[in-house]
Design a protein around this ligand. Structure first.
Ligand SMILES: [Ca+2]
Length: 114
């Protein structure tokens, strides 16, 4: 019986977390006017996360978390996104804002296009 309740609780937590992720995506897409055909749109949650189901975030997600913590808020806003624009979260030599403008994932290091 206890196992069943634990399982139900886990499922509930997982769905709440998944809803949280989905609330962040529109904030990002609205701020940067992400087009329907872009790589960033296709990346969806993976702009910040390593896996669709998890807590794990990529370096861009980590910087956003730090900015939220520093601001004392627990949700993503356009202002928080702006705070990490000048950083190079994935350390590939290109600032986050420039990667986003170039339709590249700011959390995944890529070689600059020639
Ligand atoms: Ca970068």
């Amino acid at each position: 019986m206890a196992t069943r309740w634990l399982l139900l609780l886990l499922l509930l937590c997982a769905s709440v977390f998944a809803t949280g992720l989905k609330e962040y995506v529109p904030v990002f897409e609205a701020k940067y006017k992400v087009s329907k055909t872009s790589a960033l749109r296709k990346a969806d949650c993976m702009v910040c996360h390593i896996s669709q189901d998890g807590e794990k975030v990529n370096p861009y997600g980590k910087d956003l978390r730090k900015a939220m913590k520093a601001a004392g808020i627990r949700k993503l806003t356009a202002d928080i996104l702006a705070k990490v624009e000048q950083a190079d979260s994935d350390e590939d030599g290109m600032k986050n804002i420039n990667e986003i403008k170039a339709d590249r994932n700011p959390g995944l290091p890529e070689k600059p296009k020639d």
